[in-house]
Design a protein around this ligand. Structure first.
Ligand code: THU
Length: 140
């Protein structure tokens, strides 16, 4: 699975976002260590705080599909509302999603992001996005 293939899944699922309140679409595609792809989009709610981000939607799907095998190998995000010049600073998961992803992703896991321009991709790592992640009392 190439980065471009994983990203095309993220872009496709962003098109299925339910975001009537913010108008801001997000798609996430997680490649698991076993080679499966799990996708999610943001699903908003009239009670705004009930909204689920794309990344956490994909995460729940991954664990539900793979159970104890589930571990994240790569993350692709698509935020089609973000112009190219804003992507490097603003095209990353929210804090809650960074923490949620870190439960199943090591610091070395690559995070790829695209915005409005499908030809422009930025990359980071989980460790860069969430340094010194909280991992509880159990050492992993
Ligand atoms: N959103 C995500 O899906 N992922 C993020 O990492 C940041 C925010 C969604 C939540 C809400 O539906 C919309 O983007 C605006 O905040």
């Amino acid at each position: 699975m190439t980065d471009d293939e994983l990203m095309s899944v993220a872009r496709e699922v962003a098109g299925r976002a339910y975001c009537p309140y913010s108008g801001f679409r997000v798609g996430a595609a997680l490649l698991s260590r076993s080679g499966q792809v799990h996708a999610g989009c943001n699903v908003e709610n009239a009670s705004y705080g009930v909204t689920i981000c794309a990344e956490r939607g994909a995460l729940m799907s991954g664990r539900a599909a793979e159970g104890e095998e589930f571990a994240i190998a790569r993350v692709a995000l698509c935020l089609p509302g973000i112009p190219r010049e804003e992507l490097p600073a603003g095209g990353w998961p929210c804090g809650a999603c960074r923490q949620a992803l870190a439960e199943f992703a090591s610091d070395e896991v690559m995070v790829l992001s695209t915005g409005e321009d499908p030809g422009f991709m930025v990359t980071s790592t989980m460790g860069e996005l969430l340094p010194m992640a909280f991992r509880g009392a159990v050492l992993k």
